[in-house]
Design a protein around this ligand. Structure first.
Ligand SMILES: Nc1nc2c(ncn2[C@@H]2O[C@H](COP(=O)(O)OP(=O)(O)OP(=O)(O)O)[C@@H](O)[C@H]2O)c(=O)[nH]1
Length: 649
């Protein structure tokens, strides 16, 4: 194994934006801070560009980003100090229930430092790789980042990915070690990891406890000292870049903008350059994190705009807004995220199609990483094929459809996009040839006419303590991984680079990695193109009827295994019916696995004694409601969750 110094790619200290900061000298008492009422009356636009700092908090999952944001909001008076403040920027029900951030959330706050008011635009970002698009979009509005690392866990895979994301965009990076209150915290050891991996000087690393509040004021001081002000000019014509949007039932589309140059005022006529649409500005505001209306937003600021936009598709992420009368050039825009996992989404019955369509439109406005194309299935009718960044993203999206819009949907088995070349078509390498992109197993062509098959691969980074190296390596081999490099990042941890077929890691790889390493290994990946492959389509039959939504495309070496597992899984998760059900997996004309679901009648009222009619009616009503969530295949009822559950190993 090579020693790490060989892979230190950048010398962090040579960065010009990374200024020295004697921040300890500048600690100020809380009495100099503005309270919430004062903040709301401040005229944000009056703060000069030189006194604005736009930054994101980035980190691996659970390293404490949202908790640090809570403390920053408290210190700056944006929210009242309260023991109840827990991840206040995680506002979605799904975030609260799962305890993870899925949406980047911004807050504009005023902080008085050495007698001067600074406007700090803070963006709390998600840590999970499935929401990395939220991080990269947020960075478009920033000049710096707080790179937070848990002093107990040390550098993890998303720490590496996030560091390079910020570094390649030439943002100032403030390294901060969190959770120093924990007994096992090893801030000095983790500072050495940062030095070894990224060339970060130990003396530039801050140490905090976001939970207790220790050192948090120093983080704000470092942001002011080390992050450059936005390179914005208020005298130039307006250029504002859209980096988030959402829908309000009463006020329509909200766009969150970074104002790169010029100013925008209520009443201005504006043009959305890519959408090629013109509107009049109806309202402007900043998030403090509550909405605070303002009459003007000026260059360097982050704020929202409403303009009676009717067609939600007009809010194209990365679009530039300019003044109609004095239009400037469009800005370069944002990198589009590439969906990795696709699933069909259908209404429970066609009468609910309009409700589901409207919900998908509104939700994709807030989650621009989801791709949408119209699709239809003989069994399920009109629906959509949606693309997601991963399985967690898919699950969160379907949960949000239900929780935020009351829209229930059937999801088909998730798949990645394969490529095949069919007889008579040009070679796959010849761009523009008639190769087929298959993300829906239903469209997999007859194998007899396929000449070439390709599957998507990813480049993965895994960090593991060396005690678990053996089991991590065997898991990687089991998933058809190809090892590229392995380097020590300190005395006890190894950073591995692997290439994997995407289909091998989207479902449960992360969980398995955690389980073989007692939770210590971490994982991140990025798209790496396609490799030739040998693929087959597995069809699933229930009592002889093919269930299209359950079919999948797999590597031929996996077919028998997966077929058996799917049959077995279906026996576990399909509720027994009053008759026996034969479950079969088929490849081509050949049955490769078979199982039976034994008959059973579920009598929900069986446990009731006596004649309490209301109780009996209640139970039957609940059962009827449950039935609404079932998909009928012939006379067999399948729960909606079946389609995601089936893939989990
Ligand atoms: N002991 C201790 N626990 C902390 C500290 N900071 C955060 N935590 C805990 O760590 C857990 C994760 O904190 P979050 O703030 O949700 O982490 P996050 O990075 O925002 O998580 P994601 O956005 O989901 O990636 C929570 O249980 C916090 O209470 C700290 O300084 N000390």
């Amino acid at each position: 194994m090579k020693i790490l110094k060989e892979i230190v790619i950048f010398n962090f200290r040579h960065r010009t934006v990374f200024k020295k900061c004697p921040f300890n000298l500048y600690y100020r008492s809380m009495s100099s801070l503005k309270n919430a009422e004062e903040i709301s009356s401040l005229r944000f636009a009056e703060i000069p560009v030189e006194n604005i700092r736009n930054f994101s908090i980035i980190a691996h999952v659970d390293h404490g980003k949202s908790t640090l944001a809570d403390r920053i909001l408290e210190i700056t008076g944006a929210i009242k100090k309260n023991v109840e403040n827990k991840q206040v920027l995680d506002r979605l029900q799904v975030e609260r229930e799962r305890g993870i951030t899925v949406k980047a959330q911004s807050a504009s706050i005023i902080y008085n430092y050495k007698g001067t008011d600074y406007l700090l635009n803070l963006i709390d970002t998600p840590g999970h790789v499935d929401f990395s698009n939220e991080v990269s979009r947020s960075l478009a509005a920033c000049q710096g980042v707080v790179l937070l690392v848990d002093a107990n866990q040390g550098v993890q895979a998303q720490t590496v990915a996030n560091f390079y994301l910020a570094f390649t965009q030439e943002l100032a990076v403030i390294p901060v070690l969190n959770k120093i209150d924990l007994k096992n915290a090893d801030p000095d050891g983790v500072a050495i990891q940062l030095q070894n991996l990224f060339g970060i000087d130990k003396k530039d690393v801050l140490k905090v406890s976001a939970k207790v509040g220790t050192g948090v004021a120093e983080v704000l001081h470092a942001v002011i000292e080390r992050v450059p002000h936005p390179p914005a000019n208020r005298l130039l014509p307006l250029q504002a870049i859209l980096f988030d949007s959402w829908h309000d039932r009463f006020r329509g589309v909200f766009g969150l903008f970074y104002i790169a140059n010029g100013k925008i005022s209520v009443g201005d006529n504006i043009r959305w350059v890519n959408a090629q649409k013109e509107y009049q500005v109806k309202s402007l505001g900043v998030l403090t994190p509550e909405e605070l209306p303002v009459s003007e937003l000026a260059a360097g600021q982050v704020g929202f705009v409403t303009c009676n936009m009717r067609d939600r598709k007009d809010a194209i992420m990365g679009d530039t807004v300019v003044l109609t009368e004095n239009p400037a050039e469009a800005l370069p825009g944002l990198m589009k995220s590439k969906p990795m996992v696709f699933a069909g989404v259908y209404p429970l019955d066609q009468s609910q199609h309009p409700l589901l369509r409207s919900a998908i439109e509104r939700l994709t406005l807030n989650d621009s990483a989801v791709s949408v194309i119209i699709d239809s299935s003989p069994a399920l009718g009109q629906g959509w094929r949606l693309g997601f960044l991963g399985l967690l993203h898919l699950e969160v999206f379907s949960q949000r459809l239900e929780q935020e819009y009351g829209a229930h949907a059937i999801l088909t088995t998730p798949n990645v996009t394969y490529k095949v070349v069919i007889k008579g078509s040009k070679n796959i390498s010849a761009l523009g040839g008639s190769e087929l992109h298959i993300s829906n197993p239903a469209t997999f062509p007859d194998p007899n006419i396929i000449t070439e098959m390709y599957e998507p691969i990813v480049k993965a980074t895994i960090i593991t303590p060396d005690t678990y190296l053996g089991s991590v390596l065997s898991l990687c081999m089991e998933r058809r991984g190809q090892q590229e490099t392995a380097v020590n990042i300190d005395n006890s941890r190894v950073l591995l680079k692997f290439t994997f077929p995407l289909s091998e890691i989207i479902v449960d790889f992360h969980d398995r990695l955690k389980s073989v390493s007692s939770g210590f290994a971490s994982f991140d990946y990025e798209d790496a193109g396609y490799i030739p492959s040998n693929l087959v389509k597995i069809a699933i039959l229930l009592n002889g009827i093919e269930v299209e939504e359950l079919s999948s495309i797999v590597h031929s070496s996996r077919a028998v295994d997966l077929g058996k597992r799917m049959c077995h899984k279906l026996v576990e998760i399909v509720p027994r019916q009053q008759f026996q059900i034969a479950v079969q997996a088929k490849v081509g004309g050949k049955i490769i696995a078979r199982d039976n679901i034994k008959p059973y009648r579920k009598d929900v009222t069986a446990k009731l004694y006596g004649g309490d009619v209301t109780r009996r009616m209640k139970l039957l009503k609940r059962q009827a409601e449950g039935k609404k969530k079932l998909r009928m295949i012939g006379n067999i009822a399948l729960p909606r969750e079946t389609f995601i559950e089936i893939l989990k190993r």
